[in-house]
Design a protein around this ligand. Structure first.
Ligand code: ATP
Ligand code: MG
Ligand code: MG
Length: 380
């Protein structure tokens, strides 16, 4: 049986390997963490550094196709792997998605709607961006940002220099602040034959910069949902993608969609598909990179996904297990540090019966957030 190689040993690799196993594949994980989430469920190949080309070559020679589960590997490493076996998505796509400037340049050229943005390379371009965008605006690092890290909000001219100095390395991207009604994300997958499949958009709620809840399907007008899917498909096609891609978007108060960022891999906001769809995002991704047919991205249920983050959520684990209707997924991480994604739960509802905010809190049982922390938005 064929062997899938996955670069990266986190939970996305773990769940991809589990999906691959169900399709009869074996998986080799290339990781620096010998006992990480993915290494626990597949054959782990550990290496000291992703620049170790001898190790990369040996890994590529032992597998039939390579994919990756996180974006902070060097695209050069993917190019090295690609000399010995197919790599999906391509190094070119990774290069675009791991650099916000390259990503925005690509999306702009593909005529995808974005918040206004400017490259900030020095003090002159910093002040020019502030002038063009007005206050407040957001400064972001171009690389390595996640969970809202590597960003600063600038509310007035007096904060400009400090915000610029606080973020490194330069260059940075300055983005207009979007007064969004809600945040949506779309998982799109494209096969080696160019077939695309797209799951229903999810609506995302963040907490302390980290994804907290995804509601699927997003309670937005059908036309908006279709537009969101059309944008994701356009991006996948223009990238010549093979594999899965998560596209994050803002729905602004006028009803317009603006793409925020994208990730060419399974995505946290797509975890609801694991229990609500006949073929989930991980199976779709494995099928795509392995050149198998892609079934329709349909769902048999509506779903709410709740992330389990840090020690506070993990303290509830016994109650979570004891609550009917909470479908648990744990990633096998040993230490529940603050802000660390430890697992998630899905809750299913018959199609068309996703409840409102109160009903969701009710269904979350032990995971319901305290009422005083609630900040509900209605996007419908
Ligand atoms: P992720 O963990 O999703 O990769 P990230 O660190 O790459 O996050 P973004 O997704 O760009 O960062 O931003 C994090 C969050 O900050 C967004 O989900 C959104 O809530 C908010 N945000 C980012 N950019 C803007 C913007 N231009 N206008 C308003 N809010 C924004
Ligand atoms: Mg990001
Ligand atoms: Mg994001």
């Amino acid at each position: 049986n064929a062997v899938i190689g996955i670069v990266g040993g986190g939970q996305l690799g773990r769940m991809s390997a589990m999906a691959a196993a169900r399709l009869g594949f074996r998986t080799h994980i290339l990781t620096q963490e010998a006992n990480g989430p993915a290494a626990q469920v597949a054959h782990a190949v550990t290496l000291g550094a992703y620049e170790d080309h001898t190790a990369l070559e040996a890994f590529a020679r032992a597998v039939d196709v390579v994919t990756f589960e996180f974006e902070n590997i060097s695209a050069d490493a993917l190019d090295c792997l690609a000399q010995h076996c197919p790599v999906h998505p391509s190094g070119a796509i990774l290069r675009i998605s791991q650099d916000r400037l390259a990503e925005k340049t690509f999306l702009s050229s593909a005529e995808i709607p974005l918040a206004p943005w400017h490259a900030v390379t020095d003090h002159a371009s910093l002040h020019a961006a502030a002038e063009a965008l007005g206050f407040p605006f957001i400064l972001k690092t171009t690389r390595n940002g996640y969970d809202g890290k590597g960003q600063a909000r600038v509310y007035e001219a007096a904060q400009l220099e400090e915000a610029f100095a606080s973020l490194a390395p330069h260059p940075l991207v300055a983005e207009g602040m979007v007064d969004f009604a809600c945040e949506l994300s779309v998982m799109v997958v494209r096969g080696t034959d160019g077939t695309t499949r797209c799951f229903a958009p999810g609506l995302n709620h963040h907490r302390d910069g980290i994804l907290d809840l995804t509601l699927a399907p997003a309670p937005v007008p059908q036309e908006t949902a279709q537009q969101a899917q059309a944008l994701a498909i356009t991006i996948a096609e223009k990238l010549d993608l093979v594999g899965i891609l998560g596209v994050e978007m803002f729905l602004d108060r006028s009803g317009a969609l603006l793409v925020n960022e994208m990730a060419p891999r399974p995505h946290n906001s797509g975890h609801w598909t694991m229990d609500a769809c006949p073929a989930d995002q991980f199976e779709m991704h494995i099928r795509a990179v392995a050149g198998l047919p892609l079934p329709p991205a349909i769902r048999h249920s509506d779903a709410v996904m709740k992330n389990l983050v840090g020690p506070d959520d993990m303290a509830l684990w016994p109650q979570i297990l004891a609550t009917p209707g909470l479908l648990p997924h744990l990633y096998g991480k040993e230490e529940a540090r603050d802000g660390r994604k430890m697992g998630h739960v899905n809750i299913l509802f018959p199609c068309g019966s996703l409840p409102g905010a109160l009903g969701i809190q009710d269904a979350l049982g032990p995971l319901a957030t305290r009422a005083e922390e609630e900040q509900e938005e209605d996007c419908a």
